[in-house]
Ligand binder design. Structure first.
Ligand code: IPE
Ligand code: IPE
Ligand code: MG
Length: 257
């Protein structure tokens, strides 16, 4: 039995690892319910799993790990639950700051952080600033993130930039048509939260749900999806190995043959 387990552990090919793995950390509530615990206990357990998986990704050489921690729609939940999730995020960042010099994990937060508490905003800014130059794994935490919101914001910012540019321009020839025509996918991507982050190669959704839930709509155009029934708090290194093995068996064609 032990031998078989070991073999599975090393069954992925190191030279074909996904550069960027994204995970919808789902199933915390159901995990708690199964144990007759409050939903918040599920979130605490899920936070532990996140620590474990981030460390594993770093150790095996994944370049980018993006996790969906709190969506723009999750505000619909009871305030006590939202509060607990925010507390867990604070706790995570404080701990991460404490071991930053040792771990060298580059941290980034994707989403509208402007509406978070001043304390959480401060921690987010600090973690990003202090880890900016680290060259290990980059962990992107999606916090108050919604992909539709991200796209609308990008459109607004792009348009605003064009107006500023055309006002500053001395040539009166820069017309609206030219401005619209000059927008490319590449330019647009720079206005998303994920500017400068390669698109995810592999997106994992545990908990048995087979939906995207407003996660990386633009960026997932050619991502490989992996679904598993395992609830996020039960997800572990072995589960990630299985997802990577499945990913490596896929043929990515990008529309070609
Ligand atoms: C994911 O787990 C955590 C967040 C969305 C913040 P859930 O809380 O959605 O867990 P389930 O889906 O209810 O089991
Ligand atoms: C997606 O999970 C968001 C996060 C994991 C942060 P949800 O639990 O919010 O998604 P739905 O509501 O089941 O689609
Ligand atoms: Mg859920």
């Amino acid at each position: 039995m032990r031998k078989l387990f070991k073999k599975t552990q090393s069954a992925w090919e190191p030279e074909k690892l996904p550069r960027h793995i994204a995970i919808v950390m789902d199933g915390n509530g159901r995990w708690a319910k199964k144990r007759s615990l409050p939903r918040t206990a599920g979130h605490a357990a899920g936070a532990e799993t996140f620590r474990r998986i981030a460390t594993y990704c770093k150790n095996i050489g994944i370049e980018y790990l993006t996790v969906y921690a709190f969506s723009t729609e999750n505000w619909k939940r009871p305030p006590e639950e939202v509060e607990k999730i925010m507390q867990l995020l604070e706790k995570y960042i404080i701990e991460a700051l404490g071991k930053m010099e040792r771990d060298k994990v580059r941290m980034k937060f994707l989403g509208d952080v402007a509406v978070l508490s001043p304390r959480l905003r401060e921690l987010v800014a600090k973690a990003e600033k202090l880890s900016k130059t680290f060259e290990g794994v980059q962990v992107n935490v999606c916090l108050n993130y919604g992909s539709r919101d991200e796209i609308i914001r990008a459109v607004k910012r792009y348009t605003a930039d064009q107006i500023i540019e055309s006002n500053a321009s001395t040539e009166s020839t820069k017309n609206m048509e030219e401005t619209i025509g000059s927008l490319t996918e590449e330019k647009f991507s720079k206005y998303l939260y994920t500017a400068d982050i390669p698109d995810p190669d592999l997106i994992i959704r545990p908990s048995g749900e087979h939906r995207v839930s407003n996660f990386l709509l633009w960026q997932s155009a050619y991502s490989e999806y992996y679904f598993t029934d395992v609830l996020w708090p039960d997800f572990n290194e072995k589960e990630l190995d299985n997802a990577i093995i499945a990913y490596q068996s896929r043929e990515r064609r990008y529309g070609a043959i």
